[in-house]
Design a protein around this ligand. Structure first.
Ligand SMILES: [Zn+2]
Length: 283
């Protein structure tokens, strides 16, 4: 064992050395540790912690007269990213339980198809590292107020309500028809909380519109008064999926067509991913 030079409180330093040498574990490099307020230089010899030289570590009260063993250079502090709220998406599969929604053909019910789409979209977003909260994961009855509670408590960055219909072609995007309230209004009535997010909801709708156009899915845009959409205190869009008609030379597709569903869900996931980039750059 190398010689041990003892400085300062002898009992304390010897105790620190004892602790270190007792460890005697495999090592790859010599280093300096602080043990019970003592600087302990640990020699790594033959791959084992073989010995130590120690002295009492200087404290704010102690004299700096005792030279300390050389300590490793401190690491520069890693730059901390600015604090930013988590990006959370709320997926609201409309209807459920006794509320079947539209009958889309025997035995297809709107409540079932939107739940399947929500589950599919959730896993696609999760795979892209996006946190998702769903209002329902099973066939249960939910009041609009419960859905809005879920979204508003999550402080969601985007809320997507999923609907389905047998009429029209492609995807219908609805934003709330409430008038926009200036952002300075901090307290909004629950029934019309969406009025504080109208501008962002229109931007989110535009993002989804672009993604659908890229996927060659026709889109129609509308404004409507609808619960829980009007109560969502977050950028919110109701996405209603219709079958794909043969108009415009495109191949027709039924709502139950798995590849058509995948196309729509993939476009939605891409739009939400792009929305995350936009959202991160907001002041
Ligand atoms: Zn519906």
């Amino acid at each position: 064992m190398p010689s041990i030079e003892v400085r300062g409180d002898e009992a304390l330093v010897r105790h620190a050395i004892a602790v270190v040498t007792k460890v005697n574990k495999p090592c790859r490099r010599s280093r300096t540790l602080v043990v019970f307020g003592c600087l302990v230089s640990v020699a790594c010899l033959g791959g084992r912690t073989a010995g130590a030289a120690a002295q009492q570590a200087p404290t704010s009260q102690s004299s700096p007269a005792i030279p300390a063993s050389p300590l490793p250079a401190p690491f520069p502090a890693a730059p901390r990213p600015p604090a930013q709220p988590r990006f959370v998406v709320v997926l609201d599969a409309a209807h459920g339980g006794s509320d079947t929604g539209a009958r889309l053909g025997d035995p297809l019910l709107e409540k079932d198809i939107v739940l399947a789409l929500s589950v599919r979209l959730r896993s696609m977003l999760t795979a892209r590292g996006i946190a998702v909260i769903t209002t329902r994961e099973a066939d249960g009855t939910l009041l609009p107020v419960n859905r809005a509670e879920t979204a508003n408590h999550a402080l969601a960055a985007a809320c997507i309500s999923l609907h389905a219909t047998a009429t029209g072609s492609g995807v219908h995007l609805f934003t709330s028809s409430l008038p926009a309230t200036p952002p300075a209004s901090r307290f909004l009535p629950w029934q019309t909380a969406q009025s504080g997010s109208i501008t962002q909801s229109l931007r989110l709708s535009s993002e989804i519109n672009s993604a659908m156009a890229h996927a060659e899915v026709p889109v129609s845009l509308g404004r409507t008064s609808l619960q829980p959409l009007d109560s969502f205190a977050c950028p919110a869009v109701a996405v209603e999926i219709a079958p794909l008609s043969a108009a415009g030379g495109s191949q027709p597709a039924a709502l139950s067509d798995a590849s058509y569903q995948a196309r729509v869900v993939d476009a939605l996931a891409g739009a939400i991913q792009q929305w995350r980039e936009d959202w991160r750059q907001q002041p």
